[in-house]
Write a protein that binds this ligand. Structure first.
Ligand SMILES: NC(=O)c1ccc[n+]([C@@H]2O[C@H](COP(=O)([O-])OP(=O)(O)OC[C@H]3O[C@@H](n4cnc5c(N)ncnc54)[C@H](O)[C@@H]3O)[C@@H](O)[C@H]2O)c1
Ligand SMILES: [Zn+2]
Ligand SMILES: [Zn+2]
Length: 345
């Protein structure tokens, strides 16, 4: 089969590999029908994910059809249409039982697919702990509608859920990339009074104005004034930092009102400074971390009910044979690209 593979620093290549086989009774083999490209794939390519293993097939956001299951798999069977979870988790350890699946103690726990074990920018993928890692897609939901469920939508859903959003709140989201836009939709489920989204990229803000006309858009130079004039207590009640630039961590806590929640979804290339003397008396609560991606069933149901729709985010599609062009487009942010889907035909 064809598999897009991390060869070495700065080099991914589409190569022929053997089809994966069941190697544990809790595995499933999934025939991938649609995959997508994520900013974390670019981080592997550019060497900022040291635990990524050269030779692995990349890709950790995909949907497909179950082809084969191990003898201990109970929740899915061959022929089922499924989403694949970005995280591998056993479901049995202390952390899994508390819903902190990002910290599963299994040797492959956390983000392993497309990083430490073969992922899904390929015709087939082996999914460990298939009862945890796969969710059946409802009949009324298409593969395209379900494509982002396992990774960026899981992240947005998790981030909105941990942010303690209330109806009277002004919520500021920094970053309108794929993850920020998924976060925006999930924040909307909590029905805060106002949502403001900040990005440097005017085309992304234009996309927000077109798709979510109730959301206020702002660029970084005006963000403080905008938040002040659209909040009731001198700053945002909740801030979600989903950009990960040099200055966005500072922007996040500076735009927050005293006693606000600041949720840091972004991953940074360099350490960030927590200037406690400057913050003293602001009494902020920070929440950070890797997504606990165990809510895919709920998000699939919300998609089926029409309450979440990530299809507009998938702006481009390429066949697997042209995946390198898809990467080039995604990385260049040309042509209004937000997400690129990869088909297997
Ligand atoms: N915590 C997790 O588990 C998790 C999961 C997925 C993604 N992430 C992280 O979330 C972040 C966003 O991911 P993405 O895929 O949407 O990436 P992305 O790079 O496509 O999006 C970032 C957005 O932030 C904007 N931006 C850049 N500088 C800015 C600034 N100074 N002010 C305002 N906006 C600015 C960019 O224009 C872009 O639209 C990344 O840091 C990613 O690593 C974390
Ligand atoms: Zn990802
Ligand atoms: Zn576990």
């Amino acid at each position: 089969m064809l598999a897009y593979t991390y060869i070495e620093h700065e080099k991914f290549e589409l190569i022929e590999k053997p089809k994966p086989v069941i190697s544990d009774e809790r595995d499933a083999i999934v025939k991938v029908t649609l995959a997508s490209i994520c900013s974390s794939d670019l981080h592997i390519k550019h060497g900022s994910v040291p635990r990524a293993v050269p030779g692995i097939t990349v890709g950790h956001e995909m949907v497909g059809i179950v082809e084969q299951v191990g003898s201990a798999v109970n929740t899915v069977k061959p022929g089922d249409r499924v989403t694949v979870n970005v995280e591998t988790f056993c479901g049995d350890c202390f952390f899994c039982k508390n819903g902190w699946v990002n910290n599963c103690i299994d040797q492959n726990g956390g983000w392993a697919l497309g990083c430490r074990i073969d992922g899904g920018q390929a015709e087939y993928v082996r999914v460990p702990y298939a009862d945890q890692g796969l969710d059946k897609i409802p009949d009324s939901v298409t593969d395209l509608q379900a494509l982002l469920v396992g990774d960026v939508l899981a992240t947005g859903y998790w981030a909105a859920n941990i942010s303690e959003i209330k109806r009277e709140d002004t919520v500021l989201i920094i970053g309108a990339g794929p993850t920020g836009l998924c976060t925006l939709q999930c924040v909307g489920l909590h029905q805060p009074k106002r949502i403001i989204i900040c990005d440097v990229d005017e085309s992304r803000l234009a996309f927000v104005r077109e798709c979510y006309p109730d959301v206020l858009t702002v660029t970084p130079d005006n963000v403080r004034e905008c938040v002040l004039s659209h909040s009731d207590h001198g700053g945002a009640d909740v801030v979600l930092e989903v950009a990960g630039s040099n200055d966005t961590f500072r922007m996040a806590w500076e735009c927050a009102r005293p006693n606000a929640i600041v949720t840091v979804v972004a991953l940074y290339d360099s350490p960030q400074i927590l200037p406690l003397p400057e913050m003293y008396g602001k009494n902020l609560t920070f929440k950070t971390g890797g997504v606990d991606g165990c809510n895919c069933k709920e998000t699939l149901d919300l998609i089926a009910e029409g309450k979440i729709d990530t299809v507009p985010l998938i702006t481009h599609t390429v066949p697997l044979k042209d995946i390198a062009k898809g990467y080039e487009l995604f990385e260049s942010k040309r042509d209004g690209v937000i997400k690129v889907a990869v088909t297997m035909d």
